[in-house]
Design a protein around this ligand. Structure first.
Ligand SMILES: Cc1cc2nc3c(=O)[nH]c(=O)nc-3n(C[C@H](O)[C@H](O)[C@H](O)COP(=O)(O)OP(=O)(O)OC[C@H]3O[C@@H](n4cnc5c(N)ncnc54)[C@H](O)[C@@H]3O)c2cc1C
Length: 431
């Protein structure tokens, strides 16, 4: 079946929620879709369950009480077309939603670069480990090492500590000099400076090492230890879990499918104008999909898109200076926590790069230049559809042309049932 709304929104994170509420307040009907059971996106979703009464809890109540917003929770967008329309699917069935306009707000994912042993059970994304711990996964008393780069490591560390994990080390690849420079710039964003201070206090007893990275995860059946390298010296630290993350990269797959212009970065983001409109008229993008800027920027971009689509361009323009302020923070983080070259050289020929299809870096190197890497090696043919391995390969072998040009992405965006792909919407999705 097909349902129609004034505006469709993909993603109920801070950006999608801000857009939905702005539009509903202006009298527009909104179809808001998110694959997760709760709204709030990566940062707010778990807070809803854990902290009743907090801001996202109130948001959930507001969403449910607003009869202009139809909230399709637990429904994944598996395809989209520029008319605009979203094909959504859940365990209950599938449906096609159409809209006068579309806002893409699918957020970002973690960037993890391969190193020997990174596919062992017990090695996870740092923010993924944080999310698991928040949702009740038992980490109490478990020995954890966090490694990678950027402020997200500290946020993950604090959560894990709160949940009772035995945090052995935070291993930051950026140099001490860059960290000092970052801290010197931080007072320009007092809220972030305060947050960093809170993290520093909470983690005062946790060893924090700069200029260091994980050279190897060790273990037979699962992770038993990590080898940490710093200035050419290495030490082995026994542990139960390793959380690793080199920051976030935008989820641009739906935008690429709709032929929206992307910028030319290694991990591209969607190009938008001052009102968050993409190169495709009627299709807007807000939040981390337009570049990694944090929750404040995501909220502002959602509101700007909402005001613009409601025709209130004056209000949309009024938010531009605050958006620019938070964009400068995002740029500051990227500058000081840029990935260092040795991390791109950790994987050897035997290291698995595509964990869905067990393809090693050596196999990819052997096939390079002989034709399609996908066809020759099955790289990126698994359930993640290249979201993890192609992003890693772009860093490790930038010359292999792994960035998919906008407009060439083929359906589906995620593995989907044949019935859905055939457009045979079965049951009405629950809202
Ligand atoms: C794993 C992780 C942990 C993080 N932890 C922190 C933290 O502790 N502190 C902090 O300050 N920032 C954190 N961040 C960053 C923060 O989440 C973002 O800055 C902010 O949430 C961006 O908002 P957004 O609306 O752009 O995207 P998101 O919050 O990511 O929301 C996007 C939403 O789109 C949905 N979605 C995506 N694709 C589809 C699809 N195909 N079908 C249906 N739904 C879809 C997702 O389920 C998600 O709910 C984290 C980010 C990640 C990825």
């Amino acid at each position: 079946m097909t349902e129609h709304f004034d505006v469709l929104i993909l993603g109920a994170g801070p950006a999608g929620l801000a857009a939905a509420e702005t539009l509903a307040h202006a009298g527009r009907t909104v179809g808001l879709v998110d694959e997760q059971a709760d709204p709030g996106g990566q940062i707010g979703r778990l807070a809803i369950r854990r902290q009743p009464g907090r801001v996202f809890q109130r948001t959930l109540r507001r969403l449910q009480a607003n009869d202009r917003i139809t909230y399709f929770r637990g429904q994944r967008v598996v395809d989209c077309d520029p008319c605009p329309a979203l094909m959504i699917e859940s365990g209950l069935g599938s449906a096609r939603l159409t809209g006068g306009s579309l806002i893409l707000a699918p957020g970002a994912r973690e960037l993890v670069l391969p190193f020997p042993g990174w596919t062992l059970p017990g090695v996870l994304g740092a923010a993924g480990l944080q999310a698991l711990a928040k949702s009740g996964w038992p980490v109490r008393g478990r020995r954890v090492v966090l490694a990678g780069s950027g402020p997200l490591l500290l946020a993950s560390a604090r959560t894990l500590k709160q949940e009772g994990a035995h945090l052995l080390a935070i291993v930051e690849q950026a140099s001490r000099r860059e960290i000092v420079r970052f801290l010197a710039e931080l007072p320009a964003w007092p809220a972030k400076a305060m947050q960093t201070l809170t993290f520093a206090r909470a983690l005062a007893r946790t060893p924090y090492t700069t200029d260091a990275w994980i050279a190897e995860a060790l273990g037979e059946e699962r992770l038993e230890a990590v080898r940490i390298v710093r200035h050419g010296q290495s030490r082995v630290v026994p542990c139960d879990f390793l959380g690793t993350s080199l920051g976030l990269i935008p989820n641009v797959e739906a935008a690429a499918r709709l032929s929206c212009a992307l910028n030319g970065d290694l991990h591209p983001s969607v190009c938008v104008n001052a009102y968050q409109e993409t190169s495709r008229p009627g299709i807007y993008a807000a939040g981390e999909i337009t570049g990694i800027g944090g929750v404040e920027q995501a909220r502002l971009e959602g509101a700007i898109a909402g005001y613009a689509l409601a025709g209130d361009l004056q209000r949309a323009r009024a938010l531009a200076p605050r958006r620019a302020y938070w964009a400068r923070f995002g740029a500051c983080v990227s500058r000081h926590f840029a990935i260092r070259d040795p991390l791109r050289r950790l994987a050897g020929p035997e290291t698995i790069l595509c964990r869905c299809e067990d393809v090693t870096l050596g196999e990819i190197d052997a096939a390079a230049g002989c034709g399609s890497l996908k066809l020759l090696t099955r790289l990126a043919m698994g359930p993640c559809q290249g979201r993890i391995c192609l992003a890693a390969l772009a860093e490790v072998r930038p010359g292999y042309g792994t960035v998919t040009p906008s407009g060439t992405t083929r359906p589906p965006l995620f593995p989907a049932r044949l019935e859905t792909l055939a457009g045979q919407a079965s049951e009405e999705p629950s809202s």
